[in-house]
Design a protein around this ligand. Structure first.
Ligand code: SF4
Length: 336
């Protein structure tokens, strides 16, 4: 007789997955115990690199699990970023609320995805804000995940969770890592032959001081919408005397990013008769700000202060002479 009993059922877990080493190892520890794991990456919009998806896929392929991504950028801006219950970390990072939100969303997916529990790569005491022991408890409370959330890297120093109590996973085969030292994780990565596990281009931009400054300045003038985020990630940012925002490309890649990030809120600026950066200026800029933006853009181009250049600003063309140096631009800088 071939009957599937409850205890025979293959258990499934949803892993909150950032693409980093810790979440990859957490998945591996649980997968090795015969649990089917779905790696869920939740996109809040502030990742710093476009090669991230490729990297995450490579990590999932190496540990043999499926990757699913979920775009919550809009919900994150509306409900979390500007009104976190537990405040911010060192910069614009509301990590406790952010984690709580992610776990709550993952919990809601448990039923449709037929998962039995959740896992995360959090390590007790690893990060100053979000991974202190009390912070982990706050995250659990915010997300109402309680005993459903297993943290395999620190499990042995945390109270047993449902999958451990039910015997779906063997607590003895989990770890009890605490603190910032990553020795155990690096050794484990080597043992399992994990390749290229360092995340390309850094992590969440909300923990970046310079990016946080730009964001704080932006919201003094405008409501942040999902479409605005891409432009915040590139270029030199300036605020002109009449209040327009100007973003000037720093190099070829920046120029391409600015070009792609221009929304109806902005107008593109480019030099018509010289090589130079691509800039973006607020669509509602005053004429004086547009002219200054054209002049500043020309100053950052391959130009001479003794010549006049044609600069296109949206549909208009300005004839400008570049500044003698980049010095006059500095007083408008939001970031360098
Ligand atoms: S670092 Fe960024 S993504 Fe991670 S919890 Fe903090 S705010 Fe959220």
């Amino acid at each position: 007789m071939n009957r599937t009993t409850l205890s025979d059922k293959k258990r499934r877990a949803i892993a909150l997955f950032s693409g980093g080493l810790d979440s990859t190892l957490a998945i591996k520890l649980v997968k090795d115990q015969g649990i089917e794991v779905i790696a869920l990456n939740i996109d809040i919009g502030f990742g710093s690199t476009k090669s991230k998806l490729e990297h995450m896929q490579s990590m999932c392929d190496q540990v043999g699990v499926e990757l699913r991504t979920l775009d919550i950028r809009d919900q994150y801006l509306r409900e979390i970023l500007f009104n976190p219950k537990y405040g911010y970390g060192k910069n614009f990072n509301p990590c406790i609320d952010c984690h709580g939100n992610m776990f709550r969303i993952a919990r809601e997916l448990m039923e449709p995805w037929e998962a039995d529990f959740l896992i995360s790569g959090e390590v007790v005491g690893q990060r100053p804000m979000s991974q202190r022991r009390d912070a982990l408890d706050l995250v659990t409370g915010l997300s109402e995940t309680q005993e459903l959330l297993l943290r395999p890297l620190s499990a042995k120093v945390l109270p047993p969770t449902l999958p451990e109590c039910e015997g779906w996973v063997d607590r003895e085969k989990l770890l009890g890592i605490t603190g910032r030292n990553r020795e155990v994780q690096l050794r484990m990565a080597e043992e399992i032959g994990l390749k290229d596990f360092e995340k390309p281009g850094g992590g969440c931009l909300l923990t970046d001081e310079n990016f946080s400054k730009k964001l704080a300045e932006f919201i003094k003038y405008d409501n942040l919408e999902v479409e605005d985020i891409a432009l915040l990630k590139c270029g030199r940012h300036l605020r002109l005397p009449d209040g327009a925002k100007l973003v000037i490309g720093r190099h070829r890649e920046d120029n391409a990013m600015i070009d792609a990030a221009i929304t109806p809120k902005y107008r593109k600026i480019r030099l018509l008769d010289a090589t130079g950066p691509i800039s973006a200026i607020s669509a509602n800029a005053s004429r004086a700000d547009k002219e200054l933006a054209a002049r500043l853009t020309a100053t950052y181009g391959k130009t001479s202060p003794s010549k006049r250049y044609s600069v296109q600003v949206g549909e208009e063309t300005f004839e400008v002479i570049p500044f003698e140096s980049k010095e006059p631009a500095k007083k408008y800088f939001i970031n360098l």
